[in-house]
Design a binder for this molecule. Structure first.
Ligand SMILES: C=CC1=C(C)c2cc3[nH]c(cc4nc(cc5[nH]c(cc1n2)c(C)c5CCC(=O)O)C(CCC(=O)O)=C4C)c(C)c3C=C
Ligand SMILES: [Fe+2]
Length: 417
C-alpha cells in the first residue's frame, strides 16, 4: 500500500475511533481518548479492514490478558478498538501461534486388541502400503490383523513403561520441554498420525484456543511419503471442513541441517564416552522402506544416506549404514540391519554401538527390535559387546535442536522475531 494512503488510513482510523459509538463504555473517557490516540501507525490498516468483531476484550489489558495476548500488533489494536458483534456472531478466539508436533503413533495398550486397532489404522493408510486396496484389504484383514497383533503386543509389552508406550511418553516430554523453551507466546501440542491423540482432535483444540497460525512439525528428519506426507495429509484433511482455517507452515525435512547433525554428534559422543567398552564400529540403523519407493522417487533413501555421511564425517568412530524393520515380502532397502549384525563377528567386529538417527524418539523399533532382538542376533553370531544408544528424545541436545528449527520456521510469527 502506498505510504500516503496508509497515512490517511491511520488518520481516518483514529478519527473514527474517537467518534465511535462502539468505544468501550467500561473505560473512562480519558482512557478511551488515549486508546485512540495511541494506535500504533503500522496497525491502523487492520482497524479499517476490521476483524474487530472478533475481539472479545473490551477492557484495558490485565495481567491475564497480557499472558494470553495475541502475538501480533493488529490483534492488540483490534483488542482495544472493538465493534459490537452482529447478532448471532459466535465468539471466536484468535491471535495465537501454535506448534503441533506430529509423530507416528503407537497403541494405547500392549495387548493384542489395542495393537490390532492401531495396526488396522496404520496399515490401511495407502501412503504406507502402496498396493491397490482391492488386493491389500483381504491380506490385511484375512492374514495380518489376525496374526501380527499378538506378536507385536509381545514386543510392546517388553518395552512398555509406567508412562505408557515409550514413543508416546517421550513425545509428551518433548512437547513439555518445547513449551517451556518457547514460553507463553506459543501454544505447543503433540498429535499422533495413528492412534491417540489424533491430529484432528488436537487441531480442533488448538483452533478453539485461538491458534490462527500453526506450524506443524512432523518429527521425521528424513522425508518419506509414508511418514511426513501422510502426517501432512491428515492435517490438511482435518482442516478441510474448517471454516476459519489457520495460516499453516510445515517443518521441512532436516536430514542435512547442521543443527540436527550437530545434535546427533553431541548425543552420540556423550553416550559413547560413557560406555564400559570401546566399540569398533557404530552402526547407523534407519527404518527401512520398500525398494520400490526409492525407484518411484521418494527421497527417503537419499536423505538417510546423506545424514549418515554428514554424521560419519563428524565422528571419529567408523560407521556403517543399515535399514531395519522390514515388513512384508517385497524387497526393502538394503543392507538389512539384522544381516549386518549377524555378519560383523565373522569380520572380527565384535564390539559395536548402534544409533538410530531417523527416530526422533525411542520406540518399539529401537528398544525391542534393536536392543533385544538385535543384541541376540549379534551375540549368537559371536559378538561380545553391543550398546544401543538412545535417540535424541528430550535430551538437551535434541531439544536445543528442535527449539532452533522451530524458531527458524516461526520467523515473523513471534513477537520480535
Ligand atoms: C522413522 C520412520 C519410519 C518409516 C519410514 C516407517 C515406514 C514403515 N513402517 C511400516 C510398518 C510398521 N512400522 C511400525 C512401527 C514404527 N514405525 C516407525 C517409523 C517409521 N516407519 C516407528 C517410530 C514405529 C514405532 C511405533 C511404536 O509404537 O513404538 C509397525 C508397528 C510395530 C510392528 O508391528 O512391527 C509396523 C507394522 C511400514 C510398512 C513402513 C513403510 C512402508
Ligand atoms: Fe514403521
Amino acid at each position: 500500500m502506498p505510504v500516503g494512503r496508509r497515512g490517511g488510513g491511520v488518520r481516518r482510523a483514529r478519527r473514527a475511533a474517537r467518534r465511535s459509538p462502539d468505544r468501550n463504555p467500561a473505560l473512562p473517557r480519558r482512557a478511551q481518548r488515549a486508546t485512540a490516540a495511541h494506535l500504533p501507525r503500522a496497525a491502523a490498516g487492520s482497524v479499517q479492514d476490521s476483524g474487530a468483531y472478533d475481539l472479545q476484550r473490551r477492557t484495558a489489558p490485565t495481567t491475564r490478558h497480557r499472558q494470553n495476548r495475541p502475538s501480533r500488533v493488529e490483534g492488540e489494536v483490534r483488542g482495544l478498538i472493538t465493534a459490537p458483534k452482529p447478532d448471532g456472531h459466535p465468539a471466536v478466539a484468535h491471535g495465537r501461534v501454535g506448534v503441533l508436533l506430529i509423530n507416528l503413533g503407537t497403541p494405547d495398550a500392549p495387548d493384542p486388541g489395542a495393537v490390532r486397532r492401531y495396526l488396522a489404522q496404520f496399515l490401511s493408510d495407502p501412503r504406507v502400503i502402496e498396493i491397490p486396496a482391492i488386493a491389500w484389504k483381504p491380506i490385511l484383514h484375512g492374514i495380518i490383523l489376525r496374526t501380527r497383533p499378538k506378536k507385536s503386543a509381545h514386543a510392546y509389552r517388553q518395552v512398555w513403561t509406567n508412562e505408557g508406550s515409550p514413543l508416546a511418553a517421550i513425545t509428551r516430554r518433548q512437547t513439555e520441554a518445547l513449551r517451556r523453551r518457547l514460553g507463553g507466546d506459543v501454544i505447543v501440542e503433540f498429535a499422533m498420525r495413528y492412534g491417540n491423540p489424533g491430529i484432528a482432535s488436537v487441531v480442533d483444540r488448538m483452533l478453539s484456543a485461538g491458534c490462527d497460525r500453526i506450524l506443524a512439525a512432523p518429527l521425521y528428519p528424513q522425508y518419506c511419503a509414508a511418514t511426513t506426507a501422510t502426517a501432512q495429509d491428515a492435517l490438511f484433511a482435518a482442516l478441510a471442513s474448517v471454516r476459519r482455517q489457520p495460516a499453516l507452515r510445515t517443518l521441512p525435512p532436516h536430514h542435512d541441517d547442521p543443527a540436527y547433525i550437530g545434535a546427533l554428534k553431541a548425543n552420540i559422543e556423550r553416550q559413547l564416552g560413557g560406555l564400559g567398552f570401546a566399540p569398533q564400529r557404530l552402526l547407523l540403523s534407519f527404518h527401512g522402506m520398500p525398494q520400490r519407493t526409492l525407484e518411484l522417487g521418494d527421497p527417503y533413501h537419499c536423505h538417510c544416506q546423506k545424514t549418515a555421511r554428514l554424521l560419519s564425517e563428524q565422528l571419529s568412530i567408523p560407521t556403517d549404514i543399515a535399514f531395519q524393520s522390514r515388513f512384508g515380502r517385497a524387497k526393502w532397502l538394503e543392507p538389512a540391519t539384522d544381516s549386518v549384525l549377524a555378519s560383523y563377528p565373522s569380520q572380527q567386529v565384535k564390539r559395536i554401538a548402534i544409533a538410530a538417527p531417523g527416530f526422533s524418539a525411542d520406540c518399539v523399533e529401537t528398544l525391542e527390535e534393536l536392543a533385544l532382538r538385535g543384541r541376540d542376533t549379534f551375540i549368537a553370531a559371536g559378538g561380545t559387546d553391543l550398546a544401543v544408544l538412545e535417540c535424541l528424545n528430550d535430551s538437551d541436545e535434541g531439544m536445543q535442536m528442535l527449539d532452533a528449527l522451530i524458531r527458524r520456521e516461526l520467523a515473523g510469527w513471534l513477537p520480535g522475531a
